[in-house]
Design a protein around this ligand. Structure first.
Ligand code: NAD
Length: 420
């Protein structure tokens, strides 16, 4: 059968956008005739990336500095957004209004209204908006999801996760490197980057499909890490020396769901520490814990003792998600251990046939909203803040999801058997 094609425009060709564009072009069927960045050198680099890709067969590739002009002039089917946090939704909304299905990089929303606008635009245009939450497709996360669905953890009670990443240089040198994080840390105090672990956790808890987040509280520590880094690396003459950064070094958020589970999120990017997402899923029959990358589990009736950890590496093969089984056989592609290619493939699969994506606009809005809600809670000294129901009540009776290999609502074993 001839490979179906999808014409995708890409906006935001910095570090992340360049890497993602390269990977996107490796997904079968992708044609990228238009790239955009507000900086000309980056837009032109985007054209080079397309032309250097293996799948490139000589089609015309145009570069733009203005995404609205790109949307007006180009004949596209879909749009990918790799820009800064506060620009994602605006560009995604313009994309849907232009009749394109949209995927956008992760980040948090600046306002609840922004999230509603994403939802309403998607509902009105019939176009989807998928957050590219790659961590939903990481190997451990998918194996844990598979185990949850098989009932190995019993009833889920509590989950944890975080974005704990020493980004001090990337944040502070935002102006020198034309990078978007700095202004956020200067001006905003809250859980600025919630979705990496909230994505997988939300799929485990059935959020927006039978469950929802009802409220959260968020508390921020003081802010000292960036100042210390500036003192040691840039010195007293640097203009941000002694700057009063708004964002607390460690921000802790606790969410409560309609069915009584709790979720703790930690945002921690301004202190020296190794990267971790601290994933934890705990139920009545077991626990998975990846605190500081020592992935371990205890499962009643499976692991030796409930009082001692078993390394997850000893049991993962037994519970491998079939998507990862297939992926390992085919050859895992670069990009955060392989998950980037999977999330892009999931997007392309949906965009090619104009069908529902595995992460839809309700997931996108809910996960992104945690940022501005957390800012509100922090501003009020940790008071509880309600989480809007972006499904408008449908979470108790949704239309069925689309089953398939990239499905994040259930493990669709039959789709993998058909392929054998
Ligand atoms: N999923 C992941 O694992 C992962 C990893 C890294 C980064 N990210 C996310 O990817 C996004 C991009 O990250 P980055 O590190 O490349 O950021 P960056 O700030 O370096 O790049 C953003 C790019 O968007 C461009 N841009 C901003 N507004 C624009 C507009 N209106 N029109 C056109 N171009 C515009 C900027 O010029 C810049 O080149 C961020 O949301 C980041 O959080 C995700």
């Amino acid at each position: 059968m001839e490979q179906k094609k999808v014409r995708i425009g890409a906006v935001g060709i910095s570090g992340r956008g360049s890497g993602m564009l390269e990977l996107l072009l490796a997904v079968p069927g992708v044609v990228c005739p238009a790239v955009c960045d507000k900086y000309e050198d980056r837009a032109l680099r985007g054209v080079e990336i397309v032309k250097e890709s293996e799948s490139y067969d000589g089609y015309e590739v145009n570069s733009y500095l203005d995404y609205n002009e790109m949307l007006e002039k180009e004949k596209l089917d879909a749009l990918v957004v790799f820009t800064t946090w506060i620009t994602h939704s605006k560009i995604a909304i313009a994309g849907m209004n232009a009749g394109l299905n949209v995927a956008m990089e992760v980040g948090g929303a600046a306002s609840v209204e922004e999230c509603w606008e994403l939802v309403r635009t998607s509902e009105r245009t019939g176009k989807f908006c998928m957050l590219l939450e790659n961590c939903c497709y990481d190997r451990n996360e998918m194996a844990v999801f598979n185990m949850v669905k098989r009932g190995l953890f019993g009833e889920i009670i509590h989950c944890e996760g975080g974005y704990r990443h020493d980004l001090r240089d990337e944040i502070v040198l935002g102006r020198e490197n034309r990078h978007g994080r700095l202004f956020n840390f200067q001006n905003r105090n809250g859980e600025l980057y919630p979705t990496h672990q909230l994505g997988p956790i939300s799929k485990v808890l059935g959020i927006n499909r039978g469950n929802r987040y009802v409220s959260l509280v968020s508390v921020a520590s003081k802010s000292k890490g960036l100042n210390e880094w500036i003192k040691n690396n840039k010195g007293e003459d640097y203009d941000l020396y002694g700057y009063d950064f708004a964002c607390g070094d460690v921000v802790t958020t606790i969410l409560k769901t309609a069915h009584g589970e709790t979720v703790t999120l930690t945002h921690d990017c301004c202190l020296p520490r190794p990267y971790t997402r601290n994933y934890l899923v705990q139920g009545t029959r077991g626990i998975f814990s990846d605190i500081d990358d020592a992935a371990s589990a205890v499962i009643e009736g499976v692991t030796e003792s409930t009082h001692e950890w078993t390394k997850f590496s000893e049991i993962i093969e037994k519970y491998e998600h079939p998507l990862w089984g297939k992926y390992q056989k085919a050859g895992v592609k670069a990009g955060h251990g392989g998950m980037d290619y999977l999330v892009l493939s999931a997007f392309v699969e949906a965009a090619i046939d104009n069908v529902k994506p595995p992460i839809d606009v309700y997931d996108t809005a809910t996960w992104m909203a945690i940022t501005c809600l957390s800012e509100q809670s922090v501003a009020m000294g940790g008071l509880p803040v309600p989480v809007p129901d972006f499904t408008n009540g449908m979470w108790i009776d949704r239309e069925p999801y689309r089953r398939g290999v990239y499905c994040l609502e259930e493990v669709c074993e039959d789709f993998f058997e058909e392929e054998k």
